[in-house]
Design a protein around this ligand. Structure first.
Ligand SMILES: Nc1nc2c(ncn2[C@@H]2O[C@H](COP(=O)(O)OP(=O)(O)O)[C@@H](O)[C@H]2O)c(=O)[nH]1
Ligand SMILES: [Mg+2]
Length: 302
């Protein structure tokens, strides 16, 4: 039952179950419906930003597009495929995309926007999106549908560069996305890129969360029963390790299984997806509070 050998990172590991879950989570219709209701009624703390932007950052294939589809699916009431998931390194994934989420069958949108960039590559400094581009996205300089060029990051001379972004154009929550089975395989290059983003963002008051995807692929017990996610010793070990290398508290990490191969919605998957999303929206509130505070003090001192 040992874990931690790199071989076991490639297939679900057999891990023992910790008796007491390290995070309390009820998996019930009641919890799911309550979360759905809360997210539907969500409102930001300021009318300057009606739809806060949540930016997902991670390697190609880590499950970003699948998360947008998952969130959409939960609110539509059936499994959806909107964002092109699993399409690999096509030109589609070079675009900066912002995904609104629709509530039910109508055209009513939920009050937030999920943002997707081209994948960060962990293989070399030159591959994938340039970290400078991610910083420009975070600061609101990049318009929707912009096509990234890994060799030439956007700058103030670029044609579509948004020079004076308003508060609503900026990113209000950053989510680093990592696959559960690759947690101990995070490359030095990827880690360096995450750290670079962190160091550029830390003084801006933008919250940074972590979402671990594909928990079904990491641990056999969890694959068989998602409600065991906080009892898997394997996942607990990997997640605490991740928190340590990224320098974030364990409470900043959400765990999900996305709708990838499924045809039908699943209550346990829904609860984890909604919980992750709710954490993001709570973080947004903290961010907007801080940004408003800062602009007030700036106005006061000028
Ligand atoms: N088993 C499993 N597969 C997943 C999960 N999330 C994503 N996938 C699969 O992983 C592949 C890459 O996902 P995708 O969303 O396209 O990643 P992206 O490049 O970050 O947008 C696809 O084949 C998905 O079906 C998950 O939670 N569990
Ligand atoms: Mg994608």
């Amino acid at each position: 039952m040992g874990s931690g050998e790199s071989k076991q990172d490639e297939r679900p590991s057999q891990s023992h179950l910790i008796e007491k879950p390290w995070r309390i989570q009820e998996f019930s219709v009641n919890v799911r419906d309550k979360r759905i209701d809360e997210i539907r009624k969500y409102q930001t703390v300021t009318e300057l930003v009606e739809d806060p932007r949540i930016l997902l950052i991670g390697q190609i294939g880590c499950g970003k597009s699948s998360f947008f589809n998952s969130v959409n699916s939960v609110f539509r009431g059936h499994v959806m495929r909107q964002a092109t998931a699993g399409s690999g390194e096509t030109s589609v994934s070079k675009l900066y995309r912002t995904y609104p989420v629709f509530d039910g069958k109508g055209t009513k949108r939920l009050p937030f926007i999920l943002c997707d960039t081209m994948g960060l590559e962990g293989s070399s400094d030159e591959a994938g999106i340039h970290v400078d581009d991610i910083i420009s996205v975070i600061n609101g300089h990049v318009p929707d549908m912009y096509e990234f060029n890994p060799k030439a990051p956007i700058n103030y001379r670029s044609k579509c560069y948004r020079e004076n972004p308003c508060l609503a154009d900026k990113v209000h929550c950053i989510v680093y996305v990592v696959e559960a089975s690759k947690l101990s395989l995070i490359s030095e290059v990827l880690l360096k890129k995450f750290k670079f983003i962190q160091s550029n963002v830390n003084n801006k008051g933008i919250p940074q969360l972590v979402m671990v995807t594909k928990i079904d692929e990491a641990c056999m017990e969890v694959r068989n029963d998602l409600t065991k996610v906080y009892q898997s010793s394997y996942i607990y070990e990997k997640v605490t390790e991740l928190a340590k290398v990224l320098g974030v508290p364990l409470s900043a990490i959400s765990l999900v299984k996305n709708y990838a191969v499924d045809f039908e919605l699943n209550l346990n998957m829904d609860v984890l997806i909604l919980t992750a999303l709710q954490q993001m929206l709570r973080a947004v509130d903290g961010c907007l509070d801080e940004m408003m505070q800062r602009s007030l003090t700036q106005e006061g001192s000028s």
